[in-house]
Design a protein. Structure first.
Length: 254
């Protein structure tokens, strides 16, 4: 296995991917761990970190809009597909750096990365056994049992599509009161408690819920804050466990 670990930061629009990338990079800096940041979002504006490799070098959303006469959403889809043709260039540039960790910030809408062909090609090129994803749960959506469960379905979808170990993380936890964090973590650890929460809200087909529970996709979420740095050490340790402590990677794949 190649020594470096590629960490893809994924999640719904605005869930905190870019700031998590920055905060995790600062955490690695503090630990003096060599790493680089790759920005894969062609539409990113005002990135708060210094990207070492930036897809905007090859593909820019504004030029795509102009060239193809499409709006921002159409341009995002075209860009996502064009990235597929630039994978080797991106990889070559990454290889110019010596780094133990490569943090990869992905585009706003999750499906642009997870559901399109470019993600498969990227993961194939980086080496499936070197890749892990951090899936950020939006804290506001996660506050309701139905919202949290919907995100678990999205987590499952990303996990199945990418086929790499995926870590569930509760983003921006500094925005939530302690009891709300505890409730969400308990939902993630105890599916029966989540089922009760759903029943109170609006109910869910018992069969559908059992299918989700039995699939093993409801997994303990790690609360983090990119503002305070809270939880970054937990995420780091989980990644280390996956790759260096004999953790069975196949168990985390679907
Ligand atoms: N309080 C708080 N705010 C955060 C945190 N992380 C991100 N934010 C804020 O949430 C907003 C969105 O964060 P981003 O990191 O840009 O989210 P993103 O998922 O990269 O967004 P897109 O790429 O546009 O989908 C920004 O205004 C951040 O300042 C956090 O841990 N705590
Ligand atoms: Mg972003």
């Amino acid at each position: 296995m190649e020594d470096r670990i590629y960490v893809f930061i994924i999640g719904t629009a605005g869930c905190g991917k870019t700031y998590f990338t920055k905060a995790f990079s600062e955490y690695l800096d503090m630990k003096r761990i060599d790493h680089i940041i790759v920005n894969l979002d062609p539409g990113a504006e005002n990135i708060p970190y210094q990207a070492d490799v930036d897809v905007r070098e090859w593909i820019r959303l504004d030029s795509i809009m102009e060239k193809y006469g499409v709006g921002p959403n159409g341009a995002q889809i075209i860009s996502a597909d064009l990235i597929a043709g630039k994978v080797e260039e991106v990889k070559d540039e990454i290889m110019l750096y010596s780094a133990d960790y490569v943090l990869v910030d992905t585009p706003g809408q999750m499906e642009l990365f997870t559901l399109r062909a470019s993600s498969e090609l990227i993961i194939q090129s980086f080496g499936k056994n070197n890749c892990v994803s951090v899936f950020l749960f939006d804290p506001v959506i996660s506050q309701r049992a139905s919202g949290f469960t919907s995100l678990v379905f999205m987590f499952s979808s990303a996990s199945m599509k990418l086929g790499i170990p995926q870590i569930p993380v509760l983003s921006k936890s500094d925005l939530l009161p302690e009891h709300e964090i505890e409730k969400i973590v308990k939902w993630s650890k105890d599916p029966d408690f989540l089922y009760d929460g759903l029943a109170i809200e609006r109910g869910i087909s018992r069969d559908l819920f059992h299918m989700l529970r039995d699939s093993g996709f409801i997994r303990e979420v790690i609360p983090v804050s990119s503002i305070t740095g809270f939880g970054m050490d937990d995420v780091y340790e989980i990644i280390q466990d996956i790759y260096y402590s004999g953790e069975d990677i196949e168990r985390l794949r679907y």
